[in-house]
Design a binder for this molecule. Structure first.
Ligand SMILES: *Cc1c(COP(=O)(O)O)cnc(C)c1O
Length: 401
């Protein structure tokens, strides 16, 4: 008779076979058993037909990867512990000493910090290009350029670039282009099908997505994905991913799997409310500029309209305002403090609306000519009723006078 501890571990109970339910099971593992030594030697960790180690994938992570490929229109997917880890993995996998990476000047801030604070130590240089001027990108691509980051819309300032022109330039120069697709989320436009009328369609090489935002939808998960269309590029990224020891927890993967079915509905709801609030903000005398790509006066609106202006397109849930220069930092801070439904916090994509003031001067090489002078505040619109959010902003503005 085996010891109690042993029978507790080697218990005979087997659940009934054939349990089928809406939500897939959550498989947790560091160790994965092999049926025998021969199988252990034959199983290839790169081959998804088998399991070899928790870090290399489980049924839970394989399921999430497959669904994210469907969402973004790609073929292969890697999961990482955050959106920023996805950006870092792409850069570390593709760049070597002597190479240069180009980033748009309105890139996600921590992505710029990675280039400035880490890549430089490895002998990898970077330059920022004007996201609104493809000629500037063209002029900065050199034989040393090995990776170009793209982002649409831009972080915080929400300018919409001519993404199609940018990707064409990268293709013509034979440079790998990676898109931070967190804003578009696979719903506003198709990153691997940018010119559906052309065959073969123009596509980015890599789409990186902070699943932390819309796919999670709860403000309670950190995760990122790296999606590709070509196996050799995927394998390069996968080897780096494996060597760095990156993986995600099964419970986190499950949370994203649970939220994916409602993602398109949520994205649409964020979008509708944000457009309503943006139009209302345009009427307010306190703001010098309202930044939202679906507004005709917002920088890059025509590019947004061409790519995302169709029935199945979208504009996400972000909106920024530039206060008129007569409003001091203290007044803008007081405005943010006065909001009750909008909480002060980073990130977006959850049910709760968020607000954040930004110091644009410290974020850009120089003040962009298409932006008015003044203090910028970004709203991330949640799932609350539009009228309530509008009343919240209105009350906070009225308190300034
Ligand atoms: C939030 C965000 C990221 C990073 O995601 P984390 O999971 O928070 O690391 C990357 N890019 C964009 C555009 C983001 O908004």
């Amino acid at each position: 008779m085996a010891d109690f501890t042993t029978t507790l571990i080697h218990h005979p109970y087997q659940p009934p076979a054939g349990f089928v339910a809406p939500q897939p099971g959550v498989f947790k593992a560091s160790t994965v058993y092999f049926p025998n030594v021969c199988a252990m030697r034959e199983f290839d960790w790169k081959d998804k037909s088998a399991y070899t180690y928790g870090l290399h994938g489980t049924p839970t992570t394989y399921t999430l990867e497959a669904r994210l490929c469907t969402l973004e229109g790609g073929q292969q997917c890697l999961l990482v512990p955050s959106g920023l880890a996805a950006i870092a993995t792409v850069s570390l996998a593709l760049l070597h000493a002597g190479d240069e990476v180009l980033l748009p000047d309105n890139a996600y801030g921590p992505s710029k910090a990675l280039a400035e604070g880490e890549l430089t130590h490895w002998g990898i240089t970077h330059q920022y290009f004007d996201p609104m001027d493809p000629a500037d990108l063209a002029a900065k691509i050199s034989p040393r350029t090995k990776l170009v980051w793209l982002e649409a819309a831009g972080s915080v300032t929400l300018e919409f670039p001519d993404l199609v022109a940018q990707v064409r330039l990268c293709k013509a120069a034979g440079v790998c282009c990676a898109l931070d697709n967190t804003w578009g989320a696979g719903l506003a436009f198709k990153p691997f099908d940018l010119t559906p009328e052309v065959s073969p369609a123009l596509a980015v090489d890599i789409s990186v997505h902070a699943l932390t935002k819309y796919p999670s939808g709860g403000g309670d998960v950190l995760m990122g994905s790296i999606i590709t269309q070509h196996e050799p590029l995927h394998m390069k990224l996968k080897l780096c991913h494996m060597r760095l020891g990156l993986g995600v927890a099964a419970n986190d993967a499950e949370l994203v799997l649970r939220s994916l079915p409602s993602m398109a509905l949520r994205y649409h709801a964020h979008d509708v409310t944000t457009r309503e609030l943006a139009l209302w903000c345009e009427q307010r005398a306190e703001f010098a500029q309202v930044l939202h790509p679906a507004l005709p006066h917002s920088p890059g609106h025509a590019h947004w309209h061409a790519l995302c202006g169709h029935a199945n397109g979208g504009a996400a849930g972000l909106l920024s305002v530039v206060f008129k220069p007569e409003f001091s930092q203290a007044q803008v801070d007081a405005f943010c403090n006065h909001l009750t439904l909008f909480k002060i916090g980073y990130s977006w994509g959850g049910p709760v609306s968020l607000v954040m003031p930004y110091e644009l001067a410290s974020m850009r090489q120089s003040w962009p000519t298409h932006l008015q002078q003044g203090i910028l505040v970004r709203f991330s619109v949640g799932l609350e009723a539009a009228a309530d959010l509008q009343a919240d902003v209105s009350n906070a503005l009225n308190a300034l006078i």
